[in-house]
Design a binder for this molecule. Structure first.
Ligand SMILES: Nc1ncnc2c1ncn2[C@@H]1O[C@H](COP(=O)(O)OP(=O)(O)OP(=O)(O)O)[C@@H](O)[C@H]1O
Ligand SMILES: [Mg+2]
Length: 347
């Protein structure tokens, strides 16, 4: 489990309408969005359940202004800046934001409808950005007033399913409780279903999740993540789960250009830069690495940079003598060429 948060759980505030997210006490969840997400509104202090006056039938709402107020553009721009590629994913996120803004506007006219179903599946190979996008999604849904806390609880089968009779229900319920008001991210969700095991406790967890996804959909967004093919099989065998998913987002493998771009972002973030002649070497490295087993997209880029950093350190220390700031921030070809990836040349 990658997140811990308040075990007691905040008191439930069900059906809080679609107004400004009340300023819930932030939990100590490590994945709680750090943005100023809670400052975004004219939330009236202390009032339990503010019932906004309905607008007259001939009134109008300025959606541009509403977007600004909720800080939607900021989140989307940040997403665009900080995540390379993923065009279709970004597009879908911006559609979801639009949907929620319109839903909110409708409510102000008293137009009742079910809240949009935001349970999602994120399919893609390792390192394609699923967890990262889930975090951003949680923050965005919080800003839009859909999720009251906007934290992310990330789990796998082991966090949900027990080893013995009677252990699974409490485990799953505990996870659900901790995720309330936020986003529950279930990685490799298909492991919950093991048809080869006649009495597998995973099924019990699935049942509870199904119920939660139906009954608590205003207070919890569930994201099922994993490889596309396995997820397909899982959904085919679990039509109940499939029918509760409102949005499927596919995370494609990154092209070499995108991997190079990701490297650039990561280097910037960490105050490193490539010497002038290094980009072609990096490109060559990534082209080769991409064809190898256990390639994990952006995660492999991150690892490659870690190793280059290690070689740089060794190089600087071995060289002895003085180092400049420039030396400390610069990675040179040698730092990449030392990789095993260059050992087996294709011809
Ligand atoms: N499009 C991108 N642009 C920039 N950085 C990215 C991008 N995609 C992923 N990363 C970075 O790569 C790392 C791995 O991404 P992330 O953990 O989100 O992938 P994942 O799909 O959840 O992988 P896994 O299936 O292995 O859990 C993160 O550090 C993230 O910041
Ligand atoms: Mg992940």
């Amino acid at each position: 489990m990658t997140s811990k948060d308040d075990p007691g759980g905040a008191p439930k505030a069900k059906r809080m309408g679609f107004g400004a997210p009340p300023d819930r006490a932030k939990s100590e969840s490590e994945s709680e969005p750090t943005s100023e997400a809670d400052t975004d509104s004219d939330s009236d202090s202390g009032q339990a359940e503010p019932k906004p006056d309905l607008l007259a039938d001939d009134a109008t709402i300025d959606l541009t202004q509403e977007r600004e107020k909720a800080g939607v553009d900021e989140v989307l721009a940040e997403l665009d800046r900080e995540l390379i590629g993923l065009v279709a994913v970004k597009q879908r996120i911006s559609e979801i934001a639009a949907l929620l803004l319109v839903d909110k506007a409708r409510r102000r006219f008293g137009l009742e409808s079910e809240r949009p179903n935001l349970h999602m599946s994120f399919t893609g190979s390792p390192g394609t950005g699923k967890t990262t996008v889930a975090l951003r999604m949680a923050a965005l849904l919080h800003r839009l007033g859909y999720l009251r806390r906007g934290h992310l609880v990330s789990v796998t089968r082991d966090d949900l399913v027990g080893q013995y009779v009677g252990h699974t229900a409490p485990k799953t319920k505990d996870v659900v409780k901790r995720a309330m008001g936020g986003l529950l991210f279930i990685d490799e969700a298909y492991y919950l279903y093991r048809p080869e095991n006649e009495r597998d406790y995973g099924q019990e967890s699935i049942e509870i999740l199904l119920q939660t996804m139906e009954n608590d959909r205003d207070d919890l967004v569930v994201v099922l993540a994993g490889y596309a093919e396995r997820m397909d099989v899982f959904f085919k065998s679990n039509p109940g789960m499939s029918s509760r998913i409102g949005h499927h987002l596919d995370f494609p493998e990154y092209e070499v250009d995108e991997l190079v771009g990701i490297a650039g972002l990561l280097l910037d973030e960490q105050n490193y830069r490539l010497a002038e002649d290094v980009e072609p070497v990096l490109r060559d490295y990534l082209t080769r690495r991409r064809e190898q087993p256990r390639f994990a997209n952006a995660r492999s880029v991150r690892n490659a940079l870690e190793r280059a950093r290690l070689r740089q350190a060794r190089r600087l220390v071995d060289r002895a003598g003085e180092v400049s700031k420039d030396d400390l921030v610069t990675l040179i070809s040698e730092d990449f060429l030392g990789s095993r990836v260059f050992e087996e040349s294709p011809n």
